[in-house]
Design a protein around this ligand. Structure first.
Ligand SMILES: C[S@@+](CC[C@H](N)C(=O)[O-])C[C@H]1O[C@@H](n2cnc3c(N)ncnc32)[C@H](O)[C@@H]1O
Length: 243
């Protein structure tokens, strides 16, 4: 039976300077299958975000040829879409980060079922990962699908995609790397478009300067499905890191 302490750490960056929390604490149960996956697979594919060192991505993705592209996905949820994208492009390393333990177990389980060796599951705050553990210009892509919308005005400051975040992300992205965001929350979509369009380090891949159609490589995510069932409209944004 999975017990906290056996796999991902409960609070890997304890004692470090924490950014404003962009995620909602959730207390959902780890199922038997997820717990088994965490116990068996975490030591091989898991990474605690403790902020203690800068990662060598060739070492982290030693199953791939040195210099392979690496994409970061922030907030993979239950990981179904992550696994589909990793399976469709096995030559790219996929560093997937979330704080949600059941989701981490689920992603490990799904990746194992498909025999994937290009997925690494990071546990903790993506902002600490970016700020303290990733070298400059190391990412060939960044995916943020359906980040927590924080709809209440007083919570808007918790939204992930804001100028200070883009300042940080821009330093970790290689020139030409694509930042791909999607959301079903209209005001957040507008905010994303506004801050990305205004940011000097990013350019819109869309000639009309607007939202993009969902690219084929992005499967529908779990959270997206819930939004669509509620009648929400989904927006994708595809921006490129300027050289
Ligand atoms: C609304 S869910 C969407 C999950 C998934 N992308 C989907 O579309 O089904 C947002 C996820 O982002 C994670 N998250 C938010 N802020 C984060 C952060 N700073 N670091 C790591 N994960 C974060 C949350 O834990 C949550 O699982």
């Amino acid at each position: 039976m999975f017990e906290p302490g056996a796999g991902p750490a409960a609070n890997p960056a304890a004692g470090r300077l924490r950014p404003i929390r962009t995620f909602e604490p959730r207390r959902s149960r780890v199922t038997k299958a997820q717990g088994e996956a965490l116990l068996r697979l975490w030591p091989t594919w898991g990474l605690d975000i403790d902020g203690s060192r800068v990662l060598d991505l060739d070492e982290l993705f030693a199953t791939l040829p040195a210099g392979s592209p690496v994409v970061l996905e922030i907030g993979f949820g239950m990981g179904e879409a992550t696994v589909q994208m990793a399976a469709a492009d096995r030559e790219t390393g996929l560093l997937a980060v979330d704080v949600h333990t059941p989701g981490q177990g689920n992603l490990l389980r799904l990746a194992d079922l498909q025999g994937l060796t290009n997925v690494r599951v990071a546990n903790g705050d993506a902002l600490i990962l970016l700020r303290e553990m990733l070298p400059e210009r190391c990412l060939t892509g960044l995916r943020i699908y359906f980040p927590d919308p924080w709809p209440k005005k007083r919570h808007n400051k918790r939204r992930l995609v804001q100028t200070p975040f883009l300042d940080l992300a821009a330093t970790r992205l290689a020139p030409g790397a694509v930042l791909h965001c999607a959301t079903d929350w209209e005001p957040y979509a507008e905010q994303m478009l506004e801050v990305l369009s205004a940011h000097p380090d990013f350019e819109n891949t869309q000639e009309d300067g607007g939202f993009a159609a969902r690219p084929e490589h992005r499967p529908q995510t779990r959270f997206e499905g819930q939004g669509i069932r509620k009648g929400h409209r989904v927006h994708d944004l595809l921006f490129r890191r300027r050289p």
